[in-house]
Design a protein around this ligand. Structure first.
Ligand code: PLP
Length: 432
């Protein structure tokens, strides 16, 4: 009889996965208040950039209260809520003046929105490799990718750990480029003492259901420059201008607004964040310490500047040869031990069919519309991004909800992985 749950043994963990999202009577009360008030939507235009002309109406707005509180927590002057994190990136790029023919440097290892937002404003995403030890964009590779078309750098603070902003700020300054921080994983996290999303020209967040704070969906843009903040707000509000008539539209915008319901929930989620992040940090340290003792498990490194890490994902690298079994077998065995896990991204962003086939617009824009002097073959990025390729082959992701458990929950993870290592020969004999 095998000890592995995969072959009929007793699973290490039988309790259900920790819940996410976490909510209680506080969220219920906040939602009911909005429902019963009938104020499901607020004319909050201008409030995020400090220019609202209807201040008396705003005192009851949960959305306005939330965007202010979030900006304060992160340390930015202006916070502008919007529909989702993808939209936040599109708006931010547009506000930075990124458009047809421009190139934006993005990490090859990220969620699709990091690159699709660039194409949505008709600009061209240029993928660069990540650092193998942090899974964050490698400043050296950024520098090599810069040319006369480059307009902005978009670091992702992957899993909630600060990218090397010191090096990136220096590069951006030297080449006169904007920095847009994709901080979708980084609620409450910092680079040294500074809140992520407040260091570049603009920073964006997501409140989609998997993220460390959520209202199901939602997004937010942080800015320190008032005119940039105002421009973001205008794009979210269909191109309107503060102080001008309601049906007068000044630029091509979207409707990317957030509702009062989302604002009300997010105020409560924000109140929970510091304690939850402290718990994630504590448990991530515990896991890192114990898992690094197991052959074939290689934890990521945290540079000193990543002072507060929000641990949106707990990631380690699985080295098949040292552990002795393929990653896919390890993941199946771990899942059966009662520890849900995944391999994360199957391939770097450039290997998605949308890039390989340049399936962006019916007529092939932006490459065929005369702005680009490049003829990019996205499959060629594989040679330039060996670390992103390796990350996709080796990564194991555990959702942040695991890190909100108690010591016994962490011990179950360590024990399950240790057990699989000890029983690896069974998996070698009986491939799954
Ligand atoms: C989730 C995510 C986004 C976009 O967020 P949505 O709110 O889902 O649109 C952007 N970038 C990264 C890295 C993400 O993980």
């Amino acid at each position: 009889m095998s000890r592995l749950a995969l072959f009929g043994g007793t699973p290490t963990r039988t309790r259900p996965l920790l819940p996410w999202p976490i909510f209680d009577a506080r969220e219920e009360k906040a939602l009911l208040e909005v429902l019963r008030s009938g104020e499901w939507w607020c004319y909050s235009f201008g409030a995020g950039s400090g220019r609202a002309d209807n201040r008396e109406d705003l005192s009851r707005s949960k959305l306005v209260e939330f965007q202010k509180a979030f900006a304060e927590m992160q340390g930015a002057k202006y916070g502008i809520a919007c529909a989702n994190g993808t939209g936040a990136l599109e708006i931010a790029l547009k506000a930075l003046g990124v458009g047809p023919g421009d190139e934006v440097i993005v990490p090859a290892y990220s969620f699709i929105a990091t690159a699709s937002a660039v194409l949505m404003v008709n600009a061209i995403p240029i993928f660069v490799d990540i650092d193998y030890n942090t899974f964050n964009i490698d400043p050296q590779r950024v520098e090599e990718a810069i040319n006369s078309k480059t307009k902005a750098i978009m670091p992702v603070h992957f899993a909630g750990q600060a990218a090397d902003m010191g090096a990136l700020l220096e590069i951006a300054k030297r080449h006169n480029l904007a920095i847009l921080e994709d901080a979708a994983h980084a609620h409450g996290a910092t680079w040294n003492e500074r809140g992520l999303g407040t260091i570049g020209e603009l920073g964006t967040f997501s409140f989609q259901s998997s993220k460390n704070m959520t209202a199901g969906e939602g997004g937010l843009i942080l800015a320190n420059d008032q005119s940039l903040a105002a421009l973001c707000e205008s794009y979210i509000w269909g191109g309107r201008e503060v102080g001008r008539p309601w049906y007068e539209h000044h630029r091509l915008g979207w409707n990317y607004r957030m509702t009062e319901f989302q604002g009300a929930i997010l105020i409560q989620q924000l109140a929970r964040l510091p304690e939850q992040n402290a718990k994630r940090e504590h448990n991530a340290f515990y896991l890192t310490t114990h898992l690094s003792k197991i052959p074939g498990i290689s934890v990521l490194t945290t540079p000193r500047f990543a002072k507060i890490h929000s641990h949106h994902i707990f990631i380690f690298r699985f080295q098949e040869r040292e552990f002795g079994i393929p990653r896919k077998d390890f993941l199946r065995a771990l899942e059966k031990e009662g520890i849900p896990c995944s391999f994360g991204y199957a391939h770097p962003l450039y290997n998605n069919p949308v890039f390989l086939n340049q399936n962006f617009y019916p007529k092939g824009c932006p490459f065929t519309c005369g702005h680009s002097e490049r003829n990019l073959d996205y499959s060629s990025f594989a040679d330039l991004c060996p670390n992103a390729e390796r990350a996709c082959r080796e990564a194991v992701w555990l959702e942040h909800r695991h890190l909100l458990g108690e010591k016994s929950d962490m011990d179950a993870i360590v024990e399950a992985i240790g057990k699989i290592y000890e029983c690896r020969q069974e998996l070698v004999r009986t491939p799954v």
